[in-house]
Design a protein around this ligand. Sequence first.
Ligand code: ATP
Length: 828
Amino acid sequence: MVKARKNIKKKRSVSRKKNSHWLAFFKSERLHFLLGVIIAFTGIFIFLSMISFLFTGAADQSKVLNRSFVELVNDKNLQVENWTGVGGAFIAERLINGGFGIFSILIPFFIAYIGLRLMKVSNFSFFNVLFFTALGLIGGSIASAFVLGKLFPDSHINWGGSHGVRIEQLLESSIGWPGVILVILLFIIVFRVLIRKNSVQEIRQTLVNDKPKSDEAEEGTPDEPEINKVAEETEPETEQKPSFLKRLFRRKRRSDEDDEEERENEQESGATDNVTMQNRESLSTDKNDFEVVVPKDEEPVIGTPAQVFTAFRPDTEVVDEGRIEILEDYDPRKDLSAFRFPTTDLLKTYHTGNREVNMQEQNENKDKIIHTLRNYGIEITSIKATVGPTVTLYEIVPQAGVRISRIRNLEDDIALSLSALGIRIIAPMPGKGTIGIEVPNKDPQIVSMHSVISSKKFQECTYDLPVALGKTITNEVFIFDLTKMPHLLVAGATGQGKSVGLNAIITSLLYKKHPAEMKLVLIDPKMVEFNIYSIIERHYLAKLPDEEKAIITDVTKVTQTLNSLTKEMDDRYELLMRAHVRTIKEYNEKFVKRRLNPNNGHRYMPYIVVVIDEFGDLIMTAGKEIEMPIARIAQKARAVGIHMVIATQRPTTNIITGTIKANFPARMAFRVTSQIDSRTILDMNGANQLTGRGDLLFSQGNNLIRIQCAFVDTPEIDEIARYIGSQRGYETAYALPEVLTDEGDKPGAVDLNERDTLFEEAARLIVIHQQGSTSLIQRKFSIGYNRAGRLMDQLEAAGIVGPAQGSKPRDVYISDEYSLEKLLDSLR
Ligand SMILES: Nc1ncnc2c1ncn2[C@@H]1O[C@H](COP(=O)(O)OP(=O)(O)OP(=O)(O)O)[C@@H](O)[C@H]1O
C-alpha cells in the first residue's frame, strides 16, 4: 500500500518536473528569440513579395485573382513571375490591391517589428507602432487612391487598395474633392504632430515666417550613409529627438549576454569602422542613447506690465471721521491711482532669437564623461543632456551594480578630463533615478532681466511678493514668493553676482507691486549699491522719521532702523490681535472690506522688504546690536509682512551665526572660494564649484536648485528708478515708527516754544473727537506721518494727550473745548 503511494508520488513529481521543463521552455528567452526571428523573416518575405509585385504584378494578376490560396498551391501548371512564388504573388495581390494599396508596405514592417520585439532588439512601444501603422494604412490608402489613382488609373496597381478606393469614393461623394484634400492634410498634420515633439512650433513657424525648413534629416532612415548621420548630429534640431524609425530600431539594453550580441550587431552594421573596441562601445552607446534637450525659452507676454497691471477699481467715497460708511471696498492704490508700473522696454535684451547649441561641444563632453567613467570601470546605459543657459546637465544611468559613491568620488577626475571649472555631480538626482553631471557651457548666455520679467510665468504669477530670480538649468524662469521663504540669506565671494542678484530681486518686486502694497528698507554700508534707488523714496522706500536719506548707509542708523522695524513688527502684531486675524493678508482683506476702523488705529499694511547688502560688515562693526533685532525680525515678522534679504561676502560662522542661520531657511549661494564657506551657507558642498557671474545655488530646506541669475545692469535700474521717480508719489517716504531712546525722544525734550503751525488746530481736532490718534491728524491736515508724530509729541508735552500706547490711540486729557482754549492761551 505504502509502496503504491510512493510510486504515485514519484510519478506525480516526474510529471511535474516534465511540465515545469515545458513551461520553462515556453518562457525561455531562446524560444522568444527564435519565434522573433521567424516572424521577422515573414515580414521580410512579405516585403519582398510586395516589391516584386510592383514589377511583376501585371503579369501575375490574372493568374491569382479570384482564386483561393489552396487552389493556387494545388495548380501544378501555374507559373508566376513574382520573386517569392505563388505564395508571395497571392499575398502581395491581396494586401496591395485588395487591402490598403501601396501603403500596405507598412504591414511587413509591422510584422518585422513584432519579430524584433520578441527578439528584444527593439523596445519601441507596441501601441505606438500599432497606432502609427494603422494611421498610416488608413490615411495613406485614402491619399494614394485620391492622388495616384487619378494620375495613373490604368496601372495594374490599385494604388489605394480596396480600402482606400472605397473610403475615397465615399468621401468624395459626400464632401467633394476639396473635402478629401482637407481630410488628407488633416491626416498628415495629425501624423506629424504626434510623431514629432516640436512639430507644433515648427508648423507655427512655417505659417508665420514661411521659411522653408529642411525636414529631410529628421526622417533619416537607418540605411542613410554615415555622412548624413554626422550632419544630423551637428544639427541641433535633429538631435533633439531621434527619428521614429531610429527609435523603432533602437536596441534594447538588456543583460550582459544581450549586450554582447548587440555589440556584435553594431560591429556588423559597420557604423564605426577603424575604431578601437573601446571607442566603438562608447560611440554605439552614444548613438543610440544620447539625447540632447534644448529647452525652449519661455514665451514672453505681449504688452508691457503697465498695461497688465494698471486696471484700478472705481474711486471710493471718503469715509467721514469717526464713523465707517460702508460704500465700497477700500482701495489702497487710490492715492496713487495714476501710478504706472515700469514697462519692460526699460530693460535690455541681451540676446535675440533662439539659442545656438554647440553640438560639437555637447558630443565631446558626452564622450569625455563616458571615457572617464570607463577608465574607472564604470559603464553607463544611457546619457542625456539638457542644455541650460550657462550649464549643461548630463544625466547618466549607470549599469546595475555600480555604486553611486564611486561616481561621486570621481568629480575631480571628470572635471580634469573636461578641463572645466564648475563641474558638479548630483548623485542621485532627486526623484529621477539618474546621476546628474553639470558641466558649464563654453559660451555661457546672459539671462536678461527682460526675458524673465516679460515671461508669461512672471506676468501671470499671483504671488504676494514675486521674485523672478533667473533661469534654471532647464531654461525655465525661476520664480519664488518671498513671503513664503520668508527671509533670504545671500552669500558669495566678491564679484560673483551678489549685487546683481539683489537688484534682480528688487527689480522683480518693483515690476509687480504697487507703492501702496510694498515698501523697501535699503541698507547699504558700501554706500554705492542702492543709491540709485533714492529717487523712488516717496514711492517705495521706508525710513525713520526725520531722517534725511532713505538709503541707510551709517551703522548707527542701521541699528535704529532695525529697532524701529521691530517696533513696527510689534505694532503690527498688536493690530492683528485687535483685528482677530493671524496674518497680514487676512488683516488687509478685512481692512479693504472696511471691517476695521481707521480711527481705532487700523491702517492698510504694506509689505516691508528689508534688503541688507554687506551684512558681514555690519556684524563686524556693530555685532550683537545688529544681530539681535535681525534675529527677532527673522523669527517673528513673517506673519506681519516684514521680510528680509541679507547678503554677505563673508559666509563665515562668526557672521552667519547659528541664530541667523536657524531663521533663514532660504539661502542663495553664489560662488564661494572654499568648501567650508559652501557648507556654512548651504550646509553642503557645491557653491565652491560654481562658475561665477550669476551662477548660483538656491536652497530651501533640502531642495537645491542651480540657477543662472538674471542680469540687470545699473543703467537699466537707473531707467526704471527714473520712470517711477518721475511719477507723482506720496508726500514722504513710508515712516517707520520712532523708537524711544534715552535722550531726545522723551516728551520733556520737545520744545513747546517752537510749536508747529498746526499745533492749535490739531489740539482742537483731538479734543473735539476725543481721540489721540496720529493718523487722524495726518488725514485731516493731509500731512505726513512724521509731522503728525511731531505734533502729537508736542500735544503730549503740553499735557493735552497722554503717552503713546503702542498702536492704540493716546488718551485725551482735556475733555472740552473751553478748557483747551484756556490752556492754549497760557501757552501763547
Ligand atoms: N547674472 C549675471 N549674469 C552675467 N554677468 C553677471 C551676473 N551677475 C554678475 N555678473 C558679472 O559679474 C560682475 C560682478 O557682479 P556683482 O557686482 O554683482 O558682484 P558682487 O558679488 O556684488 O561683488 P562685490 O561683493 O564685490 O560687490 C558684474 O559686473 C557682471 O559683469
